[in-house]
Design a protein around this ligand. Structure first.
Ligand code: UGA
Length: 430
């Protein structure tokens, strides 16, 4: 790897910040990570990684010498020209993005004509222009600004960083944009270099489009249930058209996570605030909410009233290979089930600790079979690979009832039925 790569700063050591830092360290850069959370920084200095992401701990350990952690912004400013901003932009009550952490970073910058902010956080279109104006007002007109949205997925974040489909750089055609392009050059990815607003929009539009694809296939699944078609076959047939593509056509009980729900709402709000009613996105969100609730209807179809019924949830995280519980379908599901009077027990291979912070009244078990024991119905919520390995006859024998609701179409319906269980998938003949 090249030895003359330029040092960079990363502000914010959350998901995106840590993966960006570890990824650039792998490419040979010295990386100066800054966070206001001193406990987190102390932990990171001792090799403690605050999130669960396959391969991240190892990569950070491998590049210990290149990764520097500090609560002091001047450490990054002293060593690096490019400061990647990876702080949170959570939704406010209105659904707009909360930019207070981003604004705090902007305010903390000193006047300089040798530094640039490189925005990784997902922000509304127009944020870059606002920040440039604030820089001018604060007498920091020399500070450069680059939008460089991140497209990594939790669970495969390192691979997504090192093998991106594209790198998007939005800038004013100055040294900072050139330097960011240079940083990513070894990855050999397709480059889209554009203006700042368009780069900001690429990020929001990509997430909104992927979420639309999911809500679309979920609605097709619901029609399949009415008509007897099988959505898995339908998605296969559709996905082979390369204008459509096979990815993000897996029907299920809705999308969750820290990005899709937030970004779809933020884009809808952004459009509304600019005077445009983005009709399609309203439906994408509504379909997603209704999709989570259809599980309850499927349980009631077979069990009648759910009062005192024992329901086992397999998986709690918003998707496999993460402990992230943000906007997970399991949150809505567990509270609806308890509201209906059911007794809920749950198992997740890694998300239990996070889940305990958000879910009340659920009995957490340490294995899938513990959760299943004596259950009237089992609901597969998150498609962790270990659930695909379950011995379905053992599952049937452990249960009091015989209903398996497969919220992610993980199982082969025939095999489930052969084990003596009733099968309810999403968009599959029951
Ligand atoms: C998503 C995008 O895929 C990334 O490109 C983006 O960088 C990221 O948001 C972000 O903005 O930070 P992520 O939220 O990690 O990544 O997870 P995805 O793999 O996209 O899954 C999101 C949700 O959609 C999950 O709940 C998943 O179960 C669901 N999903 C996904 C489906 O229901 N069906 C599918 O076919 C695919």
């Amino acid at each position: 790897m090249s030895t003359n790569r330029e040092p960079i700063g990363v502000i914010g050591t959350g998901y995106v910040g840590l993966v960006t830092a570890a990824g650039f360290a792998e490419l040979g850069n010295e990386v100066y990570c800054v966070d206001i959370d001193s406990e987190k920084i102390e932990g990171l200095k001792n090799g403690q990684i605050p999130i669960w992401e396959p391969g991240l701990e190892e990569l950070i350990a491998k590049h210990r010498d290149r990764l520097h952690f500090s609560t002091n912004l001047s450490d990054a400013l002293e060593h690096a020209r490019l400061l990647f901003v990876a702080v949170g932009t959570p939704p406010t009550y209105s659904g707009d993005a909360d930019l207070s952490a981003v604004n705090a970073v902007v305010d903390a910058m000193p006047p300089s004509d040798q530094h640039a902010l490189v925005m990784k956080s997902t922000v509304p279109v127009g944020t870059g222009e606002t920040i440039k104006r604030v820089f001018r007002e604060q007498g920091k007109a020399g500070f450069r600004y680059v939008s460089c949205p991140e497209f990594l997925k939790e669970g495969s974040a390192i691979k997504d960083f090192l093998e991106p489909d594209r790198v998007v750089v939005g800038d004013d055609g100055d040294w900072a944009g050139d330097a960011v392009v240079e940083l990513y050059a070894p990855l050999g990815a397709e480059l889209v270099r554009t203006d700042i607003k368009s780069a900001e929009m690429v990020k929001l539009a990509s997430n909104a489009f992927l979420a639309t694809k999911i809500s679309f296939i979920n609605e097709i699944a619901n029609v399949c249930e009415e008509t007897g078609a099988d959505v898995v076959e339908v998605a296969k047939g559709m996905g082979l058209d390369n204008r459509i593509g096979p990815k993000f056509l897996q029907a299920g009980i809705g999308f969750g996570g820290s990005c899709f729900p937030k970004d779809v709402t933020a884009l809808k709000q952004l459009a509304g605030n600019s005077g445009y009613h983005f009709q399609l996105l309203n439906s994408v969100i509504e379909v997603n909410e209704l999709q989570k609730r259809r599980v309850i209807a499927k349980l009631e179809k077979h069990l009648g009233k759910l009062v005192d019924k024992k329901i086992a949830l397999l998986g709690l995280a918003f998707k496999p290979n993460t402990d992230d519980m943000r906007e997970a379908s399991s949150l809505v599901l567990s509270s609806r089930l308890q509201a209906a009077g059911a007794h809920v027990r749950a198992y997740d291979p890694v998300a239990e600790e996070e889940a305990r912070k958000l879910i009340r009244g659920v009995s957490f078990k340490s294995t899938a079979l513990d959760a299943i024991e004596g259950a009237d119905a089992v609901v597969l919520v998150t498609e962790w690979p270990e659930f695909a390995e379950l011995d379905l006859v053992e599952v049937k024998n452990a249960m009091a009832g015989d209903l398996l609701v497969d919220g992610r179409n993980l199982f082969d319906p025939g095999q489930v039925r052969d084990a003596g269980l009733l099968y309810e998938g999403v968009g599959r003949a029951s």
